[in-house]
Each structure stands twice: as structure tokens, then as C-alpha cells.
Design a protein around this ligand. Structure first.
Ligand SMILES: Cc1cc2nc3c(=O)[nH]c(=O)nc-3n(C[C@H](O)[C@H](O)[C@H](O)COP(=O)(O)O)c2cc1C
Length: 94
């Protein structure tokens, strides 16, 4: 049995239009459903920070409501329609 231990194509830089990524590892959008009343929770931030530190080349966040709660698929979805929903705004995440 052959075991692959390196993935030169996957780990090589990628490009999507004008955007360059350090590798081709992409975290697809996956809603976490941990927000309360649209407020982004620390656990959600920790989740994305861990993936960024782990080396994901591109992170697509889960669904966010731009006019919370209007348009939200779930009331556990983060809202981006009001600064009050971003309690950690202005803080460095990494
Ligand atoms: C648990 C879970 C949550 C997801 N949440 C979102 C989401 O918030 N927004 C979105 O656009 N897609 C969401 N998706 C869809 C995934 O991004 C999509 O399935 C993934 O990109 C794989 O693409 P495929 O279904 O074409 O294989 C979710 C998928 C899963 C499994």
C-alpha cells in the first residue's frame, strides 16, 4: 500500500482572479449556529482563528444576515447589520 505524505499541488499557491492564496486548502462556508440574537460569539471567532493558524489558504465564513433577523436562515446566525452585533470589533483576533 502506498501512503501519500506530501501534496505539492494542494500546498502550492493558488489564484482566484486577482486574489492569491498561499495554498489551495479552502474552508467552505459552514454556519456554526452558535450566535445569540445575531451577536458573534467568541467560540465562532476561535473556530476561524484555529483554521487560519492551521494554514487554510482561504476561509469562507458561514452565512451572515445583513439585515438581522430579516433574511437569516436561523436565529443562531450571526448578524452583520449593526455594530452592536460585533462585540469584539476593533480587537486583534490573531
Ligand atoms: C454543516 C454545514 C453548514 C453549511 N453552512 C453553509 C453556509 O452557512 N453557507 C453556505 O453558503 N453554505 C453552507 N454549507 C454548504 C457548504 O459550504 C458546501 O456544502 C461545501 O462548499 C461543499 O460543496 P458541495 O456541496 O458542492 O460539495 C454548509 C454545509 C454544511 C455541511
Amino acid at each position: 500500500m502506498t501512503t501519500r505524505t506530501s501534496f505539492p499541488r494542494l500546498t502550492s499557491p493558488g489564484r482566484i482572479g486577482p486574489m492569491e492564496t498561499p495554498n489551495r486548502i479552502v474552508l467552505p462556508a459552514m454556519d456554526m449556529n452558535v450566535s445569540e440574537d445575531g451577536e458573534i460569539e467568541q467560540s465562532e471567532i476561535d473556530h476561524y482563528v484555529a483554521r487560519a493558524k492551521g494554514g487554510a489558504g482561504l476561509i469562507i465564513t458561514g452565512a451572515c444576515a445583513i439585515a438581522f433577523p430579516v433574511g437569516a436562515a436561523s436565529l443562531k446566525e450571526p448578524g452583520l447589520s449593526d455594530d452592536q452585533l460585533l462585540p469584539l470589533r476593533g480587537r486583534e483576533l490573531l
